[in-house]
Design a protein around this ligand. Structure first.
Ligand code: FES
Length: 173
């Protein structure tokens, strides 16, 4: 389960960078990410913003790392058939937690759109809804629906569209 779901309706879920200082809250605006660029961000609830312990805990949640990717103008992401849009313009957010056994994926190749997991070499095609292309993972990386708030900061619109990390039946096998 994700630990950062809004506790009350309308509570904001911000995305922050980890700057190395656990207590510094560095929020992200769409223009902060270069076209073709990406960064790792961490969701946290508005109610956690002024609580030092909660902010530190938010960075350490196992399901927290999110890859924020900005496509180049001539690139398009293929979404799943029948799926609504979860992106904000050319920005897309996916869980970084591999759906095989839960390692953090680590390397994004901008040219091919492949996101690599170092543990057992699964590759996810970010340009095609982060579906697995190679290796033992069988499920796409869950997407996080995003938008911007009235101050222009990126926020999550809801929880991930699917469970983060390995599926239950995969964990047991
Ligand atoms: Fe990522 Fe196994 S945990 S490939």
């Amino acid at each position: 389960h994700t630990g950062w779901k809004p506790e009350k309706p309308g509570e904001k879920v911000y995305l922050r960078r980890h700057t190395g200082n656990f207590h510094e809250v560095s929020l992200v605006r769409p223009e902060d990410v270069e076209p073709g660029g990406f960064e790792t961000v961490f969701p946290f609830r508005e109610s956690e913003r002024n609580d030092e312990h909660a902010l530190v805990a938010a960075l350490k949640r196992a399901d927290a790392p999110v890859m924020l990717i900005r496509m180049r103008p001539n690139q398009a992401i293929t979404k799943r058939a029948g799926q609504e849009d979860f992106n904000y313009g050319d920005l897309y957010a996916y869980s970084k937690i591999c759906t095989h056994l839960g390692c953090p994926t680590s390397l994004f190749e901008q040219q091919t759109g492949l996101l690599l997991c170092p543990c057992h070499q699964s590759q996810f095609d970010v340009f095609e809804y982060a579906k697995p292309r190679f290796g033992p993972a069988t499920r796409p990386l869950p997407q996080l629906p995003i938008t911007v708030d009235e101050e222009g900061y990126l926020v999550a619109r809801s929880d991930f569209i699917e469970a983060v990390g390995p599926a239950f039946w995969e964990r047991k096998s």
